[in-house]
Each structure stands twice: as structure tokens, then as C-alpha cells.
Design a protein. Sequence first.
Lengths: 187, 162
Amino acid sequence: MFREITYTDVSRSQAQDDVRGFVMDEEAFRSFYDRTARSLWLYLARITGDRHQADDLLQEAFYRFLRADAVHESETHRRNSLFRIATNLARDARRRRLARPEAGAEVEPAGGGFGNPEKAADLNRAMAQLKPRERELLWLAYAEGASHKEIANVLGLQPSSMKILLFRARRRLAVLLGREESTNAAR
Amino acid sequence: MQPVDCPFESEVLAAVMEGRWPEATDDRLRDHASGCFICSDTVLVAGEIDNARREARVDVIVPDSTRIWWGAQLRARREDLQTASRPITAAQSIAGACAAGLLGACFGATSAWFQSALKWAGAGAGGIDVTDLIARHGALAAGVGAVLFLIPAAAWLALRRE
């Protein structure tokens, strides 16, 4: 999506005359974007398994966030709102992909191609075997450092169920990672 | 029932996330984690995910914030224009539906073929003189039909989201 944008064809001064006022002003948005875009992209890449889709969903998430014109109590609230929008977009994209007969099997979560290839591959393989919600839970908890309440807010779950859900997801991944380590050691 | 949390879990997690695990953590906590599957799972999973995030973050390239901002502005403007023009389209559709209803009523009232077809239908309608019924109330029936069916259908077609 962002590859098609040609806003430079429209002079900035002309656009300013017609600009639609979002609740958030440009400076505040750019600051918020700089703080959150990378994290959000990594989250989307991890839960969708598709870097190109993460590119598209990132833009769409920020657009919907701006368009919602919500007033947020705090930075945390704002961030949760953004991640919630992104999570819903990723789920919609997954449903559409699964609904298409030619989609075939779900794309294996990558988010890889970074850092240590071997370690990244182990984690990728392990996370590929988790359910989408488990991937979301674990990434929010341990990559984003979100609290149970924040995770519940983002994923639309009951806070009271977070403990058991996280426990199960973590247990599953630990077992899978343990298997990966055993496989590597045996090689 | 198997426990799902541990009182030391948050302390272990904090140590992992802050990069203090295991070297800069006290022996008590390390000894506990080695014997507690909840804490050892936390060390393993949180460690792997946090490492993956740190390593991956360096290589992530996202679009420039200015581009995202101005792209959003242009797109919002485009959508607002489309939304603003929808009532005009709805009014045109409703007008068209009314015109179609009126034409139908005029056709029914003036067409000899239609009248004879009604007489034929009326002959098998249990004594009800359908022709007379239509002749007297045809225009009203056509109008009611338009209001009840055509106008809502036209409005739905015009206002539905693409």
C-alpha cells in the first residue's frame, strides 16, 4: 500500500488547505508512530507469518487508529488500542486467506530472516505449531511486556482467563522449544 | 489440580526481561527456577522471545511517519467525499423507484392486454372481480408496492457499504 502513495504529487501547502483534522495532530502522531511502528510490525510479522502482509497491515492499522478519532487516557491506552486494531486486522486477513480455496495451508509464522538464523528458525518452527491466539498471547506478554489486563484488552479476552491461557501457551511453546533443542543436540 | 502460576514467576520474568538472568540473579531465585517448571518455562520462553525481538528490531524497516500521516489524510478525504455523495445517489435511486412504480401503474390502467389477462385471472379467483379491483385501486396498489418494496430496496442498494 505505501508503495503506491504519491502524496508528493500534491503539494503540501495545497493538501493543508483541505486537510481532515484527526484528533491527534501530526507532531503527536509522528512521535507515537516512531515509538510504536517497529514493535507493531514485529508483532504483525510474527502472528501473520508474512512480512509483506505485515507491511500492509501496519499502514491499515495506523490509518484505522487515526480514523477512530478516539481520545485516550494514557500512552498505554493508546498503544493497546493500536495493537487491538492490528490484531483484528490480522485475524480478518487470516479468515479471508483460509476462506480462499487456493490459499492452501496457513502460512508458517516467520518473522524470521533476522538475527541469529539458527535460533530464529528454532523459534519460528516452534511458534508455527502454536494456534494464532497462542502466538498473540506470548508475543504480547514476553516481547511487548504487556500485563494480563492489557493483553486481555488487546485480544478481547476476559482478564480472569489470562493466567490459564498464558500458562497453557507458554507450556506448549516450552515443550516445542525443548524438542527443537534436543533435535539440534542430536545432529 | 496443577498450579498455573508461581509467586516467584514475576521476579524471574523481570530478571529475564532486564537481562539479569542468570548471572546477575541471586542464587535463591536460580535454585527455585531449576526446580519449578513454571519458572523454568518462563525463563525459556520469555528469553527466546525477548531475544528474537531484540535481534529482529534492528533490521525492521517501516515507512516514514510523514508518509503514513499524509497518506491517511488523503485517504480520509477521499472516503469523506464518497460518503458525502451517497445521499445524492440514494435520492436518485428512490426517485427512479417511484418513477418505475408510477409507470407500472399507468401501464396496468391503460393496457388492454393487461386488463384481459386480469379478467382471465379473475375468472379463477373465486368470485373476486380482480379487474375491477385493479381498475379502482391499481394506482394505489402500485404506490404502496413502491413504498414497501422498491424504495427500501433502492435505499439499501445505494447506502450499503461496498
